[in-house]
Design a binder for this molecule. Structure first.
Ligand SMILES: [Zn+2]
Length: 320
């Protein structure tokens, strides 16, 4: 059977060519409303492109083949920017289609759209491309807030599920503080999605191993995808849970990343500046290669299991 081809921002790539993959990173983020801040410094596209390309070149030198950017449609997604970075760096970049959680997304317009309309938008961005760009999404994104799924988020999750089923494209999610993973899976299961095509993102935001194993037993992947964001949850707890889960044989269902952001639209984010803030000093997409993999090895996690999380699982997630 021919290898399934995956949509990247620079064209389709066979799943076996993805290589080492970071499953959740961002090139550019603009929180809803940034463009209304008339006093914000003008967006310097050229400077931003250089920052992003330099970052991906550094990662390429560390062995990275693919950079997955699950930026939803409504927080500054710019697929042309991603494509320029993909071409200039030689790293595969996969972009997403979907909508963010209610409290941080750009929701007013989409609240007026039906579930079917939203699902059709996602399908079209996967099949035909984003707008007139011809750049096709390779992944579906959806998101929920802490301890509760709003009506709007539920609509977006169901639209994501229906688009996934129509196109065979996998889903990655945002969860807040390691909550609502079970409920996300319930919605996907109700819609008939194969849970082996789902990553419950930011699961490393919980230290509850019962939560983790409950989700894993249902066949999905868990994103340990916020390494370096000590501000949100300490790395040593993310690492302890990861080592524990790998230690009991779940390495085939775990994927790794940082949720890093190369460039912000609008004003700087001083609280998220790795140069000045201790709680984000390791929040850079090279952190796993430089610090987390050595820590895993120190804990006795072998190369084969590391390869599962960085290479085999991303390939299987996209190809099946
Ligand atoms: Zn993210």
């Amino acid at each position: 059977m021919p290898m399934k081809s995956i949509n990247t921002v620079t064209g389709s790539v066979s799943a076996d060519k993805l290589g080492t993959t970071l499953m959740h990173e961002h090139l550019l983020i603009g929180l809803a409303g940034w463009e209304l801040d008339t006093k914000a410094p003008r967006f310097e596209r050229k400077t931003a492109l250089k920052t992003a390309v330099d970052r991906l070149k550094e990662l390429k030198d560390l062995g990275l083949g693919t950079f997955v950017d699950p930026c939803p449609n409504d927080i500054g997604r710019d697929v042309n920017f991603m494509a320029e970075v993909g071409y200039a760096s030689g790293v595969n970049v996969v972009c997403s289609t979907g909508l963010y959680k209610e409290d941080l997304g750009n929701t007013a317009y989409f609240k007026h759209r039906s579930l079917e309309e939203i699902s059709d938008i996602l399908v079209s961005e996967i099949k035909d491309g984003v707008g007139e760009t011809g750049i096709k999404a390779g992944l579906i994104k959806c998101a929920t807030g802490k301890d509760h799924i709003t009506e709007y988020e539920q609509k977006c999750l169901r639209a994501a599920a229906r688009a996934a089923k129509k196109t065979g494209t996998p889903i990655t999610t945002h969860t807040e503080d390691g909550t609502m993973g079970r409920e996300q899976l319930n919605i996907f299961a109700e819609e008939g999605v194969d849970l082996a095509h789902v990553i419950i993102g930011h699961s490393c935001g919980s230290s509850d191993l019962k939560y983790h194993t409950d989700l894993l037993d249902r066949g999905c992947y868990l994103g340990f995808d916020r390494f370096g964001l000590d501000l949100v949850h300490p790395d040593r707890l993310r690492l302890a849970a990861l080592i524990g889960l790998v230690g009991i044989g779940f390495e085939k269902q775990l994927v790794l990343s940082h949720d890093s952001v190369a460039c912000w639209l609008g004003r700087e984010m001083p609280e998220l500046d790795p140069k000045t803030q201790k709680a984000v000093r390791n929040w850079h997409p090279a952190h796993i290669f430089k610090n987390i993999l050595p820590a895993l090895k120190e804990a006795g996690v072998g190369d084969q299991k590391i390869n599962s999380m960085l290479v085999d699982n991303p390939r299987r997630f996209f190809e099946t």
